[in-house]
Design a protein around this ligand. Structure first.
Ligand SMILES: [Zn+2]
Length: 401
């Protein structure tokens, strides 16, 4: 009997430790985020033809991530930039084989308009490659770009310009990104491009130096913030690899906003227009770690990048900005202490250290933004973009080489 009681005591101690681990208080320094007093939505604009599309993906970002970040830096009554986009929608994000999806299958849906299985990158469950929206607009002569704070070969950016049956084949994805001649590639992942580099779980196992190959193919190459900021106007192809593995997301590395602004300066030189995908990759990682300070920091860096994109779009007037997420991570739950006080200190509890199957938000600004209203499937996003950019025959399977 006594040993039974001790056993129950040990189990309850263990359980209470688990619960504690899943609850976190906010204590980070977010002074890099300069709050705007402005709360009103950005205006709806006339539905003229769209020349450029910027698609922004907060990896793992759910509604609660946005509310938590806003409440911490602006109070409950403030508004982050993301919340001021005038059109909102909701998307479902299940995969072809699982309800709670991973980033590879959801990114494939956002890039190709098809559902696929877990871990697959822009191929259908039977292995047939599916054309991505980036490849489709490239065929029409638009410039293209991918910007991320993960390795640039990570699931989300990869799904826009590569086709592999397993997302972890990042060295092969690196080859495909360059073969696709994406104009701008900014992120981490040097170890996937150059042999002999450490600092990441995957690396090149052959002796190809893809950075040299890229240079020979006409790319400028940068790997520091200063080199990025000093890039000359007139550059049409740029490979920017800012770490061997995933990026550190703040100084001395370029921030997501700085990469966004440089990408926009390069891509907007094309009179025919451009398609740019920007990922706030590490919102997901902060949430999977159940680390509220990391999560909010990444959410706010993503918000600053959205600010840069909106500023460009307001000035340009022919640019559509769509902001969404691939799935929710962390199952975040907000309460306040003391309870029921509007200005209480927020306390976060986590439901999981993985993804969950809840729907995620969509926000849009610019001409044709209204098309993103409503509740629909994630496969609709690239179909709507294709329609807006007059891309025929999308979604489309590719013939296997
Ligand atoms: Zn994801």
């Amino acid at each position: 009997m006594k040993s039974c009681k001790i056993f129950i005591l040990i189990i309850s101690l263990f359980l209470s430790l688990c619960v504690c681990k899943r609850s976190s208080e906010v204590s980070g320094d977010f002074s890099f985020y300069s709050p705007s007093e402005e709360k009103t939505p950005f205006p709806l604009v006339a539905p003229i033809p769209v020349k450029n599309v910027i698609l922004m993906i907060g990896d793992g970002m759910g509604f609660t991530h946005i509310v938590a970040a806003r409440t911490v830096v602006l109070g409950a009554q403030g508004r982050l930039t993301i919340e001021r986009l005038p059109v909102t929608g909701v998307i479902d994000n299940y995969a072809a084989d699982e309800f709670v999806s991973g980033s590879a299958a959801t990114a494939t849906s956002l890039a190709t308009g098809y559902k696929t299985n877990e871990k697959m990158i822009s191929v259908l469950p039977d292995g047939t490659p599916a054309l991505t929206i980036l490849e489709a607009v490239r065929e029409k002569g638009l410039s293209t770009g991918l910007v991320a704070t993960s390795t640039i070969t990570h699931a989300t950016p990869a799904a826009f310009a590569a086709h592999v049956i397993n997302r972890y084949h990042e060295a092969e994805i690196a080859e495909q990104l360059l073969k696709c001649k994406v104009n701008v590639l900014f992120g981490g992942g040097r170890a996937l491009f150059r042999p002999g580099l450490s600092g990441y779980k995957f690396r090149r196992t052959d002796d190809r130096d893809l950075i040299e190959e890229a240079r020979k193919a006409g790319y400028s190459y940068v790997e520091t913030r200063d080199e990025l900021l000093q890039l000359k106007a007139g550059t049409n192809y740029v490979l920017g690899l800012f770490n061997n593995g995933e990026m550190i997301t703040e100084y001395p590395a370029p921030t997501l906003a700085e990469m966004t602004e440089k990408a926009l300066a390069i891509l907007s030189q094309n009179e025919k227009g451009f398609f740019l995908m920007i990922e706030g990759s590490q919102i997901d990682w902060g949430s999977e770690d159940n680390d509220i300070n990391y999560t909010i920091r990444e959410q706010l860096y993503f918000d600053l990048a959205i600010q840069s994109a909106i500023r460009f779009a307001m000035n340009d007037e022919e640019t559509l900005v769509v902001v969404t997420s691939d799935h929710e991570s962390g199952g975040m739950f907000i309460s306040v202490n003391p309870p029921n006080k509007l200005d209480g200190k927020i306390n976060i509890q986590w439901g999981t250290d993985e993804h969950n199957g809840t729907a995620v938000p969509v926000f849009a600004y610019g001409p044709q933004a209204e098309r993103f209203m409503g509740w629909y499937d994630n496969t609709e996003i690239p179909k709507k973009i294709a329609n807006i950019l007059s891309v025929q025959d999308f979604p489309r399977k590719m013939i296997k080489e």
